[in-house]
Design a protein around this ligand. Structure first.
Ligand code: PLP
Length: 402
């Protein structure tokens, strides 16, 4: 008898199952709107030219070696990443109250932050938006939270933010609950609060003694502007909040499988930060000991060299602009076709994803009849669209809705 006899198979992970089904589909016009990664106009993954260039420089640099990094990672990377998030003139950086820790991409940052908050700081309850990135739940329960709950976020009627519901749910949360907030380009809805709405959210978080955990997976990639996409985090820091922020460099550097992430911790004083850092060091030492170097060095090189930094900014603008143009192209076609409903949300939403409002039956219809793949929630990745397939996809959506 096997040592794991009696163990049931777990449920499939929707996004990976979808890609598998798409890959085996032999229909020539098939379209994958389910993936969570950037695609070019030719439907191909994109290695950023600046990344290729830095990798070539690194390959030629005989001074680089494969020694272990420290437990908290490459300082040149984490310092630059933290500065990119908080801004050059951040009061928290100037006071020495903020620090960055290299992690295993955004997921790794979330896990380290979760373990620190649950196991070290004794927080028991965590909230994320409904809907949210589907992995928040698993990461946070595995990190040691006793309860994972949701606050309202998406209003299906208006296809926009349910601010009233969100504030009500936050007001009703037990004190000291941790609140996951998407820093920008909310996944999966593409709906972000406005600056004024962020103010109202911040007021409730302060009033109810909640703790903000930002998830920043799309800085720069969302609007093409790094500062604009960091607005929410910076305004919380400016208002004097203590917080943590989990940064991913998967999307904005196209470094998905290199697992480059940063956990920024902002505290009220230098002294508490030192203690927090020593506890996080022990957590990481016991979890994976230390992070890998390659991707972090690529990012550190780009962020710390003015010429390469400029080249990278051009790359993120290229990606953001292509996504924005696909949004406009889809909306324009649906309006032209007279597809029932209001499609303003397609261009009002931001980032890679759009919550189309298509229901499960429509999603299934699109897959069965047109070989167009998307998540059951109706979330689509705008990068799956190209000028070559826009007419086909718009026509199919029109058919599914009618
Ligand atoms: N958070 C959000 C909201 C995401 O959308 C993602 C990836 O899709 C992540 C975190 C984690 O990404 P990674 O671990 O690849 O950096």
């Amino acid at each position: 008898m096997s040592f794991c006899a009696g163990i049931q198979a777990g449920p499939p992970i929707e996004v990976f199952a979808l890609t598998q089904a798409f890959t085996t589909d032999t229909f020539d016009k098939k379209v994958n709107l389910g993936v969570g990664a950037y695609r070019t106009e030719e439907s191909k993954p994109w290695v950023l030219p600046v990344v290729r260039k830095i990798e070539q420089l690194m390959a030629a640099d005989q001074s680089l070696n494969k020694e272990y990094l420290p437990v908290l990672g490459l300082a040149a990377f984490s310092q630059a990443a933290t500065k990119m998030l908080l801004g050059d003139d951040s009061p928290a950086l100037a006071d020495g109250r903020a620090v960055g820790i290299q992690t295993l991409s955004g997921t790794g940052a979330l896990r380290v932050a979760g373990e620190f908050l649950a196991r070290t700081c004794g927080r028991t309850t965590i909230y994320s938006s409904e809907p949210t990135w589907e992995n928040h739940r698993l990461v946070m329960l595995n990190a040691g939270f006793q309860e994972y709950k949701s606050y309202r976020y998406w209003d299906p009627a208006t296809r926009s933010l349910d601010l009233k519901g969100m504030l009500e749910d936050l007001r009703a949360a037990p004190e000291r609950s941790v609140i996951i907030l998407h820093a920008c380009a909310h996944n999966p809805t593409g709906v972000d609060p406005t600056p004024d709405q962020w103010k109202q959210i911040a007021e409730v978080i302060r009033e109810k003694n909640l703790f903000p955990l930002f998830d920043s997976a799309y800085q720069g990639f969302a609007s093409g502007d790094l500062d604009k996409d960091a607005f929410a985090v910076r305004s919380f820091v400016k208002d004097g909040f203590e917080l943590v922020c989990c940064q991913s460099f998967a999307k904005n550097f196209g470094l998905y499988n290199e697992r480059v992430g940063n956990l920024t911790v902002v505290t009220s004083s230098k002294e508490v930060l030192a203690n927090a850092l020593s506890q996080i060091t022990l957590l990481i030492r016991g979890m994976y000991s230390n992070p890998p170097q390659h991707g972090a060095r690529v990012v550190a090189t780009a962020l710390n060299d003015p010429t390469l930094y400029q080249e990278w900014r051009v790359c993120i603008k290229t990606m953001a602009d292509r996504i924005i143009s696909m949004r406009a192209g889809l909306k324009e076609r649906l309006i032209k076709l007279g597809t029932p409903g209001n499609w303003d949300h397609i261009t009002n939403q931001i980032g890679m994803f759009s919550y189309t409002g298509l229901n499960v039956e429509q999603v299934e219809y699109l897959r069965n009849e047109y070989h167009i793949y998307m998540l059951k929630s109706g979330r689509i990745n705008m990068c799956g669209l190209t000028n070559a397939n826009l007419d086909y996809v718009a026509g199919a959506i029109n058919d599914a809705v009618n």
